[in-house]
Design a protein around this ligand. Structure first.
Ligand code: MYR
Length: 185
């Protein structure tokens, strides 16, 4: 058999990236499986995944702001676009679309173009009610809280539950105005 042709740096980099992504997906799956074993109730697993995501989100925002160079958003609409186009790309390698705005611009949906967390995943019937990707809603809630936005983030559609997309609803509950700490006079 002839020796395999040497691969270019780009090809090696791409395959290392793919292996990293697969490892990430499988590790997340192992965490969910362990939580299901330990906590038994699917509802408790949903809460725990959300809480884990929140704890990640409150730390990840620093890395996001440092690496992305995004400046303060003028409104929640811009914030949602930044999450969908920059945040998801940076941390999950995918982008998402923002849709379904309500009239006052405080509630929208983020629809994922792809969801690497669920590659290789099939849920058994015993997992009905599980929000497998609940870590993501927690991440967004935690990250936004660190930039003064209290939100409620919930899954509206989930392909693992038979829907035709992955859709998160992000509702702005309140926004604490940041105060300039010095007097101007
Ligand atoms: C601002 O300060 O107005 C900018 C706020 C940008 C918030 C972006 C939060 C990024 C969250 C990343 C989510 C990634 C999910 C995988």
């Amino acid at each position: 058999m002839p020796p395999a042709a040497p691969r270019s740096g780009d090809a090696i980099f791409a395959s290392v990236e793919r292996v990293n992504a697969e490892l990430f997906t499988l590790t997340y799956g192992a965490i969910v499986r362990q939580l299901l074993t330990d906590l038994e109730e699917v509802e408790e697993v949903n809460k725990q995944l959300d809480q884990m995501g929140y704890n990640i989100g409150i730390r990840l925002i620093d890395e996001f702001l440092a690496k992305s160079n995004v400046s303060r958003c003028v409104d929640f609409k811009e914030t949602a676009e930044v999450i969908a186009k920059v945040g998801f790309k940076m941390f999950l390698g995918v982008t998402a679309s923002v849709t379904n705005w309500d009239a006052d611009g405080t509630c929208c949906s983020i629809v994922l173009d792809d969801n690497p967390l669920v590659d290789f995943v099939e849920l058994p019937d015993t997992c009905q009610g599980l929000y497998y990707c609940n870590i993501l809603s927690g991440v967004i809630r935690g990250a936004l809280e660190m930039v003064s936005m209290k939100t409620e983030v919930t899954w509206i559609r989930d392909m693992l539950r038979g829907d035709d997309a992955y859709e998160l609803q992000v509702k702005l509950l309140n926004q604490v105005p940041e105060e300039y700490p010095y007097k101007d006079d």
